[in-house]
Write a protein that binds this ligand. Sequence first.
Ligand SMILES: Cc1cc2nc3c(=O)[nH]c(=O)nc-3n(C[C@H](O)[C@H](O)[C@H](O)COP(=O)(O)OP(=O)(O)OC[C@H]3O[C@@H](n4cnc5c(N)ncnc54)[C@H](O)[C@@H]3O)c2cc1C
Length: 431
Amino acid sequence: MRKFVVGAGATGLAAGFACGCPVFESDTVPGGMSRSYLLKPGKQRRWDLGPPDPSGYRFDHGGGHWIFGLDAPLKECLSHHGELDAYQRISSVFFSHRGTFVPFPIQNHLHCLEPAVARQCLEEILHPPQRECSTQAEWLEANFGPTLNALFFAPFHERYTAGLWTRLAPQDAYKSPIDRAAVIAGAAGNPRTAGYNTVFHYPRNGLSRMWADLARRVDVRYDHRLVRIDPVDKVLHFADGTVDPFDRLLSTLPLDQTLTLASLQPGSAPDPYTSVLVLNVGGPKGRSCPPDHWVYVPDSRCGLHRVGIYSNVNRSYLPQADRDSGRTASFYVERAFPAGKRLDDAATSQYATEAIRELQDWGFLQESEVQDCHWVEVAYTWTWPNSTWKQEALALLERHDIQAIGRYGRWHFQGIADSLREGILWGTALR
Ligand SMILES: Cc1cc2nc3c(=O)[nH]c(=O)nc-3n(C[C@H](O)[C@H](O)[C@H](O)COP(=O)(O)OP(=O)(O)OC[C@H]3O[C@@H](n4cnc5c(N)ncnc54)[C@H](O)[C@@H]3O)c2cc1C
């Protein structure tokens, strides 16, 4: 049987490791969106595994990728590929117009709001309307009430979903957990932490070193960009003109892309996705840089919705000379766009200038000494109300012996740990 995996990100590496089959990867390095790289002040070049001297900033391509949801067996597996450090999440909602921070999740910290507002939020959360919710917007308002919704959830989701939230099916309940006992405790000043990423891990030497070590045990065929799948004659066509017949295929590419490569389309209209422009930036730290790992911003001027602070997770993200002094800090800034609405180079550079100015105005950053933008085409995958597109698409591919797997293949939210578990599962099944 000729069995292959496509894509050497977290999912494909785990699948290739478990099945021993070749993994075709379009890039020259493993790790996909979660690979890291180094950038030195004053230099354009990106080093995948590290520059010749330790003066660079380390960033992750798709913004800070910190591994949440790691269980003991997976942690044991990964520790063979690099030493892992564990972290307790520090995260806030930042109201930039007022310059105030409320710990995340905001619904469990109502005591941080003005007393009258907190009382109103609590009253609304404890007495939700009894109604069916068919959209994400309705679900958020029904669960968090009009006051907290107007304060945070509505403006944040407008940015985070690039305006889609009023039309999407309710989803992301685990990202915005609602536990009424925790809300009451938080209103009384006894907050409880909650959410999917309260504890996370990061490899001490960066993700790329971990992926490179794992990839040494996997048969990765780099520089192999799949450009067409013939689902009838069962042939893979690559950009360099080579072909490979297959019997079974695991594809970690986004579901819509695998369908297009195979010229297969289900009857239903496709579910939507949003793209993210990631701005990585490092430089002398501002006077009011918070201690957080993630900051959620509902009211930025430039449209960003989340800032991650690499250097608050691990000093190894900084140039070696700055690791003890704390002189510098490094950030990633996320802004979402509707699918296909990619900014051109001039608009990207204009946006980067505005976002950096905003970080400076907030006192997070004094000045930028390195900056770099990455476009993540399929970043967040969503579902229309009552859509059956995903199920139809997966079934259609399966009928042609193509299994779409991973966060983008199966069109569902998950982090690196779940992607690795899914890869191991499907790779084992392919053996
Ligand atoms: C903005 C953002 C922030 C995130 N933050 C976190 C976080 O903090 N923690 C966390 O755990 N998870 C995070 N995630 C999720 C995480 O990125 C995914 O769960 C994980 O990277 C999925 O890995 P994958 O292998 O499925 O996909 P990818 O990493 O996208 O890998 C796909 C691979 O396929 C290759 N490829 C693409 N096209 C072709 C082709 N035609 N032929 C051959 N190869 C091809 C690509 O080069 C790539 O290597 C985040 C995601 C986003 C979008």
